[in-house]
Write a protein that binds this ligand. Structure first.
Ligand code: CMP
Length: 138
């Protein structure tokens, strides 16, 4: 699957026109990871955001507590980019995983230009917060 086809399947970009998807596909870089590879490390400075095109990753904190598992169509790495804080958790590949990576600058420009994408990112972040709250009260 090429980058454009992958992006079409990512829910946050589902409202974008073809020419827009093409432009995005051109600025994103594909990266592949083996099971156990660390993609972002808790405490590091954030430089980019990742969209999973295939495979699975685990979001891990501290001594190894798994906060969540993400798969194809999900994104991660956005929190450090919004806040300018270090990475809030480590994300590691749980199986062979391919991601499309976007720099902080391109991500911010995208959110500035497209209210629909910004809203979709916000909806996902809010859903994750709800799920985290739910887990706390279980
Ligand atoms: P960031 O802090 O840049 O780097 C670690 C990433 O893990 C974070 O952005 C989010 O994308 C992701 N993340 C952190 N906590 C959770 C969670 N509870 N559920 C899903 N993803 C998370």
């Amino acid at each position: 699957m090429n980058a454009e086809e992958t992006l079409k399947k990512v829910p946050i970009f589902s409202g974008l026109e073809g020419k827009h998807l093409k432009r995005l596909a051109n600025i994103m870089v594909e990266r592949t990871f083996k099971p156990g590879d660390v993609i972002v490390s808790e405490g590091d400075q954030g430089a980019g955001v990742f969209l999973i095109s295939s495979g699975k990753v685990e979001v891990v904190r501290g001594e190894g507590q798994v906060l969540n598992t993400l798969g194809a169509g999900d994104f991660f790495g956005e929190m450090a980019l919004f806040e300018g804080f270090p990475r809030s958790a480590t994300v590691r590949a749980a199986e062979d995983t391919a991601c499309l990576a976007m720099t902080r600058w391109d991500f911010r420009a995208e959110l500035n230009q497209n209210a629909e994408v910004a809203l979709a990112v916000l909806e996902t972040v809010v859903r994750r917060l709800r799920e985290a709250d739910q887990k706390l009260s279980e």
